[in-house]
Design a protein around this ligand. Structure first.
Ligand SMILES: Nc1ncnc2c1ncn2[C@@H]1O[C@H](COP(=O)(O)OP(=O)(O)OP(=O)(O)O)[C@@H](O)[C@H]1O
Ligand SMILES: [Mg+2]
Length: 382
């Protein structure tokens, strides 16, 4: 069941927002409206976030990400459209009902940690509970647990300025977790951190998520971060969602040139999996191995493979096996049956070619320009 659903959401800033929505629905673009002093920050955004998933919204500065996020917890009222949380229409709630949802069910983690400098780490982590009116003993207990979850046990009595940026951001995360909210909204929560610490935080979020199974909407302008974290990713441009899909969907079949241009900087080897680039086992049937055996059956292919992996194996783990001799890495399902093969040429093609995917990657016999002569030889056995 979808935990959260956005239906045709619009947010227009400026004069006569309703007229602007009608114009947008009629096909007007953002630039036309801007001429009359109106900003269409979010235009016709629809999506569903499944319970327990991390849904990432990715886009450049000004594309409307924060505006969209603020509509999801009712901080901003949509100009048009609806937000359904647990099938309740947030847009129809009274201000009081909305405050209730915001304090108990949906928690927000910001880019700048928003800690109170004159409160201890524990008091900062307990802040959301204080707002809810939770009694002191319970606040302390739950905030202490949340700090432990984010790896800050022992720091309860410290002051925020005694903590590094990464640790401060963990306090922000602990504050959100302490409220027991099912859903976390995270707006560029890791963007202010140094790259290494940022990666640590991403890892930690992934690990926490495995245990806690929250529903998370995470905003970032960094596609690598989006792809590491997102079960699904929405790419925004000029207020519109231009593509929604898994990291692999976006890499392998970008919806347009705009999305494709983002994916050029992505570390494909960590996002793409064996399943996305493998070909049918037929591709290597009839091939001769180095010791002169001809591959005729799935068993032969398995026996000759330098390694056996599953469809979910990231392709970065295929380089080593592919560098050993052998015809192709074998891809098997849970029962150990052969479902596909990855040749060395296919691996190289998938990395180099933005279209490299199930259909885009060319076998070496078709003349992949980047595949060196020696590679062809090993793989085709020619
Ligand atoms: N309160 C407001 N009044 C008028 N215009 C606004 C308001 N809030 C946002 N905007 C405009 O809406 C557009 C989208 O802004 P938004 O902050 O949602 O983008 P963003 O994707 O979060 O950008 P960033 O990555 O810089 O945080 C921008 O053109 C912005 O100037
Ligand atoms: Mg923003």
């Amino acid at each position: 069941m979808a935990k959260l659903r956005a239906e045709h959401l619009y947010k227009v800033f400026g004069r006569r927002p309703d007229e602007a929505v009608a114009q947008l629905e009629g096909g007007a673009d953002r630039e036309e409206l801007r001429a009359s002093g109106t900003t269409a920050a979010v235009v016709d955004a629809s999506f569903a976030v499944e319970a327990g998933q991390i849904f990432v919204v990715m886009g450049l500065s000004g594309s409307g990400k924060s505006t969209l996020l603020r509509m999801l917890n009712g901080l901003l009222e949509p100009t048009a459209g609806r937000v359904l949380f647990d099938d309740d229409d947030l847009t129809a709630l009274t201000p009081r009902g909305l405050r209730e949802v915001r304090s108990r069910k949906i928690s927000m983690v910001f880019q700048h940690f928003a800690l109170f400098p004159h409160r201890s780490v524990l008091e900062n982590a307990a802040y959301g509970l204080e707002v809810q009116g939770v009694p002191r003993d319970e606040r302390v207990r739950r905030a202490t647990e949340a700090l432990e979850l984010v790896g800050l046990a022992g720091w309860e009595k410290s002051w925020p300025d005694e903590l590094s940026g990464g640790m401060q951001q963990r306090v922000g995360l602990a504050r959100a977790l302490a409220t027991n909210a099912d859903m976390l909204l995270m707006d560029e929560s890791f963007s202010a951190l140094d790259p290494l610490i940022r990666r640590d935080m991403q890892d930690q979020l992934i690990q926490l998520q495995r245990r806690l199974k929250k529903t998370i909407v995470f905003i970032t302008h960094d596609l690598n971060e989006a792809m590491r974290l997102g079960d699904r990713i929405a790419v925004m441009r000029d207020g519109k969602i231009v593509q929604i899909g898994t990291a692999e969907d976006i890499l392998v079949t970008p919806a347009n040139d705009y999305v494709a241009s983002f994916t050029q900087d992505v570390d494909r080897s960590r996002v793409l999996t064996a399943g996305a680039i493998m070909s049918e086992p037929d591709e290597v049937l009839g091939t001769e191995t180095d010791d002169g055996t001809t591959l005729r059956t799935a068993q032969d292919v398995l026996a000759a493979a330098p390694a056996t992996v599953t469809e979910g194996t990231p392709i970065i783990e295929l380089f080593q096996p592919c560098s050993r001799s052998g015809v192709a890495v074998a891809v098997t399902n849970d029962d150990g049956a052969l479902t596909g093969v990855v040749t060395r040429a296919r691996l190289l093609a998938a990395l180099g070619d933005p279209d490299g995917g199930p259909d885009g990657a060319q076998p070496p016999s078709d003349g992949t320009p980047d595949a060196p002569e020696t590679t062809k030889k090993v793989i085709t056995g020619a």
